[in-house]
Design a protein around this ligand. Structure first.
Ligand code: HEM
Length: 352
């Protein structure tokens, strides 16, 4: 079976709003989405919009203000260094002997990563990695407030992550609450985004042909299902100057979801073809923006890629496959773009 014929047996069911976006606007340059929002899918215009200015602190996906307190670039950079070290150390510890990766993804991959990177952290921090908290920010804040009320331990636990030291070093209640919020902000995206990226790749392409590098599988799945499927820029004087269709009060939604399938840029745009990355550079391919624009690419991508590659290796080595009985997976419109409930099984058996 050729790689390109695989997706034909599986249906990726986009939420209706997203399906309409794909149907009506793929291949278009700019179009009105709402009374005050212009969508941009043309790669040259997207490039000019994103190069025009940096994301403001409220537009940034990771380090937005926390409880009204700005996160400066220095604090953000230092947190990224700490989580980067935690990921490197987890990778250097070697492959976990027993890894249970069968089950429903991205759920299973998320908790596997939590245990791999943050497994020795205190319970009140590990609980912040719960996927249920994603649904309601109020619940997240209640869990953080309850955890911060507990006075700190005298010594951090052995083998605890560097990012958990934030809490161990925090003094009073307010500092503990900030430390726990930053733990959630910095560590949770690793588990959420990497498990989403890998679930998408498995759904779109597994079983993979021998010899296709994991990197190509990931680049291609991030093309068809980019976890950050839109990049928002609030109304700004630079934008009407770039394109007359953008009014002074219009927000701009740059849409990698659409530019990644633009027929003018990609051969067989809707087909999963990891081989195309043999001749393409993900940093320069026109319209390819899964990690944002060259002017400020995602700071986390260097830790995301090796983790995603490790997960793909472990799944392949364990002989796991997507349940042959599963023909359909939904892509909800909330949060990161990805398939939900991809069932991985061993030897073609169903996991109930
Ligand atoms: C599949 C994984 C990921 C994807 C697809 C992704 C995507 C993106 C995109 C598109 C941007 C640019 C946003 C803009 O210009 O408005 C961005 C920026 C950024 N990303 Fe990621 N990201 C991923 C994982 C992570 C992780 C795990 C972390 C942190 C641990 C992270 C931290 C950041 C930071 C710090 C920025 C700079 C702006 C900010 O402070 O939010 N990313 N990312």
């Amino acid at each position: 079976m050729s790689l390109s014929s695989l997706p034909a047996v599986r249906t990726t069911a986009f939420a209706p709003r997203m399906a309409a976006l794909l149907r009506e606007h793929t291949g278009k340059e700019a179009f009105r989405l709402e009374a005050d929002t212009v969508g941009v899918a043309g790669h040259e215009l997207a490039d000019r919009i994103l190069a025009a200015r940096r994301a403001t602190e409220t537009e940034r996906p990771t380090f937005k203000p926390l409880h009204g307190r700005s996160i400066g670039r220095g604090e953000a950079a230092s947190l990224m260094r700490v989580i980067g070290r935690d990921v490197r150390e987890a990778l250097e510890r070697g492959r976990p002997k027993e890894s249970e990766l069968a089950g429903s993804w991205p759920h299973t991959g998320h908790y596997f990563l939590r245990d791999l990177i943050l497994g020795s952290d205190p319970r009140r921090l590990r609980i912040l990695m719960s996927r249920n908290l994603e649904l309601t920010p109020i619940l997240t804040w209640s869990v953080i407030a309850a955890g911060a009320a507990i006075p700190r331990r005298k010594r951090p636990q052995r083998n605890a992550s560097g990012i958990s030291a934030l809490l161990a070093e925090a003094g009073g209640y307010q500092d503990r609450r900030h430390a726990m919020g930053m733990y959630r902000r910095t560590a949770a995206p690793v588990c959420f985004t990497v498990s989403t990226l890998v679930a998408n790749a498995l759904w779109l392409g597994a079983p993979f042909a021998d010899g296709v590098p994991n990197r190509h599988l990931i680049h291609e799945s991030a093309r068809l299902l980019p976890p950050s499927w839109n990049i928002l820029r609030l109304a700004s004087p630079e934008y009407p100057a770039l394109d007359a269709r953008i009014g002074a009060r219009d927000d701009v939604l740059v849409l990698p979801l659409l530019s990644h399938r633009d027929p003018a840029l990609w051969d067989e745009p809707d087909v999963f073809l990891p081989e195309r990355w043999e001749h393409l550079d993900p940093d320069t391919a026109p319209g390819y923006l899964p990690f944002g624009h060259a002017s400020e690419r995602c700071w986390g991508r260097h830790l995301v890629m090796p983790l995603a590659e490790l997960l793909l290796d472990l799944v392949k080595e364990a002989g796991l496959e997507v349940d042959p009985a599963q023909r359909r997976a939904k892509v909800p419109v909330v949060g990161l773009l990805g398939v939900e409930d991809v069932r991985l099984v061993r030897g073609g058996r169903r996991v109930l």
